[in-house]
Ligand binder design. Structure first.
Ligand SMILES: Cc1cc2nc3c(=O)[nH]c(=O)nc-3n(C[C@H](O)[C@H](O)[C@H](O)COP(=O)(O)OP(=O)(O)OC[C@H]3O[C@@H](n4cnc5c(N)ncnc54)[C@H](O)[C@@H]3O)c2cc1C
Length: 366
């Protein structure tokens, strides 16, 4: 990351060279059955806009990074929003990293909160590469569990009605459905909400990460296979090496959107729901529904009722996951996964060794 940035090749030299994949042209999205309407509120593409975002983030917005990235409302400005530009190659990780280093070392150093934001952002850039390395090291994790001890956990229990409720934003949990609505129109939600969405899919709805990951890959404007599939597996508990993080969508709503501004913005039907029932609208008494002109539950409902009892379904999911986790052969197989995919700094720290100075050459994908 500290090496000089590459200079742009002379574009005109390429104008006359026929590229091998130009003739015959590759199939378009329609032929592949991938055509979908453009997202009305997506970020606009291109290097110039990417650079503007980079500059506004480094100069100013990064002050709000720490403390601002978890709320779905504040994250829209507090996060860098550089992910699609990195994914599509409009900006390189190296140039972003160097721009951050340059600002941190400048003669007028950033104030402590600003510096903390820039450092936290720098860590995310490390994660970007760390996650992509996992897929380079083991491309199969796009398709199979990172830890084979979890094979068979969910595969045979796919519930189409659970999947349909999730992708259509009709789970009945307001924060989940609001995230799906935002994703559909913008192609972006923040990390915490992505993690919550996958956790809800994987635990109470008990869906396998493959179909959920395929759906999200078509929704994310920043779809980056290396980050995506590793995160899908982490949030579904199938890596075998990460702590299971199970997000409760009602608690997340209370913590991250206490006044319901986010859910009311993205779910118009929620605008009529009084604060008392904001997080659990299915508990609204029938006469209150009538008074508000809303139908909760039932086939033509404005707001659906959740398909499962959140607490009970999550408890059962945990029992099943932890029972597998406790099996001696599942425990024993962890070490090999840590060796292949664990952070080198973490592995060395745990072994009481100093961090590596020279990092071994990356695997080549030939
Ligand atoms: C289930 C799931 C799927 C995800 N899929 C993708 C994906 O397809 N593409 C993608 O770019 N990010 C993905 N992420 C990571 C993260 O949510 C996004 O990078 C982030 O929300 C993008 O917004 P930003 O650029 O404003 O982030 P910032 O917080 O400003 O981060 C800057 C950059 O650091 C990297 N980064 C940030 N968080 C992570 C992380 N947790 N792991 C690895 N790299 C990270 C990204 O390149 C990001 O653009 C996923 C997270 C989850 C939980």
């Amino acid at each position: 990351m500290s090496l000089p940035q590459s200079t742009l090749p002379n574009a005109s030299a390429y104008d006359t060279v026929p590229l091998p994949w130009v003739e015959p042209p590759p199939p378009d999205a329609l032929t592949l059955g991938l055509q979908q309407p453009d997202k009305s509120r997506r970020q606009a593409g291109g290097r110039a806009i990417g650079l503007q975002l980079l500059h506004s983030f480094i100069a100013d917005r990064s002050r709000q990074y720490r403390g601002g990235i978890s709320s779905p409302l504040r994250a829209v400005d507090a996060c860098s929003r550089l992910s699609p530009y990195l994914t599509w190659g409009c900006l390189s990780v190296r140039e972003v990293w160097q721009a951050v280093q340059y600002r941190c070392a400048s003669e007028a150093p950033p104030a402590p909160k600003h510096l903390a934001g820039l450092n936290a952002f720098g860590s995310r850039l490390h994660w970007h590469c760390h996650f992509i390395q996992k897929l380079e090291s083991e491309p199969g994790i796009e398709f199979h569990n990172m830890h084979c001890g979890y094979d068979g956990l969910r595969e045979s229990e796919h519930k189409p009605e659970h999947f349909a409720a999730l992708v259509s934003g009709r789970t009945g949990w307001p924060l989940v459905d609001a995230c799906v609505a935002m994703l559909r129109e913008t192609g972006w939600i923040n990390f915490r909400m992505r993690a919550m969405l996958v956790s809800v899919a994987a635990y109470p709805l008990w869906l396998h990460w493959r179909p959920v990951g395929e759906w999200l890959a078509t929704e994310f404007l920043d779809y980056e296979p290396g980050i995506h599939w590793s995160q899908m597996q982490m949030q579904s508990g199938t890596t075998g090496i990460n702590t299971a993080r199970i997000y409760n969508p009602i608690k997340q709503a209370r913590d991250q959107d206490p006044e319901g501004r986010f859910v009311r913005e993205w779910l118009p039907a929620m605008r009529k729901v009084p604060d008392t029932w904001l997080f659990e609208p299915w508990r609204m008494p029938a006469e209150m529904q009538l008074r508000c002109g809303l139908r909760v539950g039932g086939p033509d409902a404005d707001i659906p009722t959740p398909l499962v009892d959140l607490e009970r379904a999550t408890r059962l999911a945990k029992v099943r996951l932890f029972a597998l986790r406790a099996q001696p052969e599942v425990k024993a197989a962890k070490a090999a996964i840590v060796r292949q995919h664990g952070s080198r700094t973490f592995v060395r720290k745990r072994a009481g060794k100093a961090p590596l100075v020279a990092v071994p050459a990356q695997l080549e994908l030939l």
